[in-house]
Design a protein around this ligand. Structure first.
Ligand code: F6P
Length: 423
């Protein structure tokens, strides 16, 4: 974390990692615009760390000012992202040496890795590797994840927007269900992301307040799924309110600790691919209670919904990118710009550096104080935390075709200087 003098020359490498968000490109804009203001050339790695290994680098200097500015409102990952885990230095030294060779060949002195807790681990490993291999490289982890599960930071860029999408969708779909419940659908189930932590599911609770307001039931991965209690609450809600909205996290577990919705595949980090808990719950409701249902799995729609982004989130995403460049140029190493909340109402926040080893490979779950006693709802404390994060709209420019004007970068490749590498 110690500051050293800034190397006299060099380029900055920025890479996106893991699941993308509605605002990760706002972070890219923060990085590139701040680096340009300091006269630093920015390369981006194509498809995250894989681009660095394969020497597939992009010269962002070929993009216009307007194109970089348009990243602020364009979802997806403009340079490509990946799920790729660097293995241990002891067993895969060649992979690390290759990374250093690529960084050295292109005179890259600052590496900014934009991702979640796995990516913080990768950035940390590269910073350690640089030291042990005698190459002067400063690594900064830049926070991003819709799951909101990074340690230390108060919230994660990407989360506020998915939270807003989830709260708004819960409200809108509930108005639909309520209008036809007398003769048609009685139960609506929305499945949301958030592997092991229920932050996105919790955000649906902002749609309404009070026992009869939707969502009537939220299912969190922090609580073991209790089938009998769930069915009893669905039945009681339908009998009292006339209909019932359920929001379920994709990561809910049964008493045996198994995901209700595991698809059977795993990614490079060993994470199970999830998705499909809503139809499991819907079938249960139909079989045991006989109610007509609909269910929805917004999946990638929720994390790409830039049209429903939170202004707070978009601003924070930009700010962490900008701060990451400041930290890098100040000579900091193995740190992440994190969001510190200084006040709930009015909501105030600032950015501070935090050591990557306090963040890498850790997962922040919902605190017990944020869940109601029956485990099916959120408390006032959770509302106080969540509400500011969905505040404000971040409007998009629309074209004559009625579609948002998203930017497609040229992504001009930097000439390779090294032989190909098999990994
Ligand atoms: O990045 C987080 C996340 O969006 C999770 O909530 C979700 O389970 C996962 O990514 C999906 O990952 P992938 O897009 O690699 O299948």
């Amino acid at each position: 974390m110690k500051s050293k003098a800034r190397p006299a020359t060099g380029r900055l490498l920025y890479a996106q990692s893991g699941g993308v968000t509605a605002v990760i490109n706002a972070t890219a804009a923060g990085v590139i615009q701040n680096a340009r203001a300091h006269g630093i050339k920015v390369y981006a790695a194509r498809n995250g760390i894989l681009g660095a290994l394969r020497e597939e680098l992009i010269d962002t200097g070929k993009e216009t000012t307007a194109a970089i500015d348009a990243l602020r409102h364009t979802p997806g990952g403009a340079f490509g992202s990946c799920r790729y885990k660097l293995k241990s230095v002891d067993t895969h030294r060649a992979e690390y040496e290759r990374l250093i060779d690529v960084l050295r060949a292109h005179d890259i002195r600052w590496f900014l890795y934009n991702g979640g807790n796995d990516s913080a681990d990768t950035a940390l490993k590269i910073s350690q590797l640089g030291k042990s291999m005698g190459y002067d490289i400063r690594c900064i982890g830049v926070p991003k994840t819709v799951d909101n599960d990074l340690a230390v930071t108060d919230c994660c860029p990407g989360f506020g927007s998915v939270a807003k999408y989830t709260a708004v969708s819960t409200l809108e779909a509930s108005l639909d269900v309520a209008s036809m419940a007398d003769t048609s659908t009685k139960v609506f189930i929305l499945e949301v992301m958030g592997r092991h932590a229920g932050w996105i599911a919790a955000a649906s609770g902002l749609a309404g307040e009070g026992a009869d307001a939707p969502p009537h039931i939220i299912l969190f991965p922090e609580r073991v799924f209790d089938e009998a209690a769930f069915l009893a609450k669905v039945k009681a809600t339908v009998e009292r309110v006339g209909w019932c909205t359920v929001v379920a996290s994709e990561g809910i577990l049964n008493a045996e600790g198994q995901f209700l919705a595991e698809a059977g595949t795993r990614d490079a980090f060993g994470h199970a691919q999830l998705g499909g808990v809503a139809p499991v719950l819907a079938a249960l409701v139909k079989e045991k209670l006989g109610y007509k249902y609909h269910w929805a799995l917004p999946d990638y729609l929720q994390r790409s919904a830039r049209h429903m982004a939170s202004k707070t989130d978009a601003e924070q995403a930009y700010a962490v990118g900008k701060a990451a460049v400041d930290y890098a140029l100040a000579g900091m190493n193995a740190v992440m710009p994190v969001i510190v909340r200084t006040s709930d109402a009015p909501y105030r926040w600032k950015i501070e550096p935090a050591a990557l080893d306090k963040i890498a490979n850790r997962e922040k779950k919902m605190p017990t104080s944020f869940l109601t006693r029956d485990g099916f709802g959120i408390t006032a404390a959770a509302r106080r935390y969540l509400s500011p994060l969905i505040q404000g709209e971040a409007p998009l420019p629309y074209g004559r075709d009625g579609l948002p004007k998203y930017v497609q970068l040229k992504n001009v490749a930097v000439s390779k200087r090294l032989p190909a590498f098999e990994h």
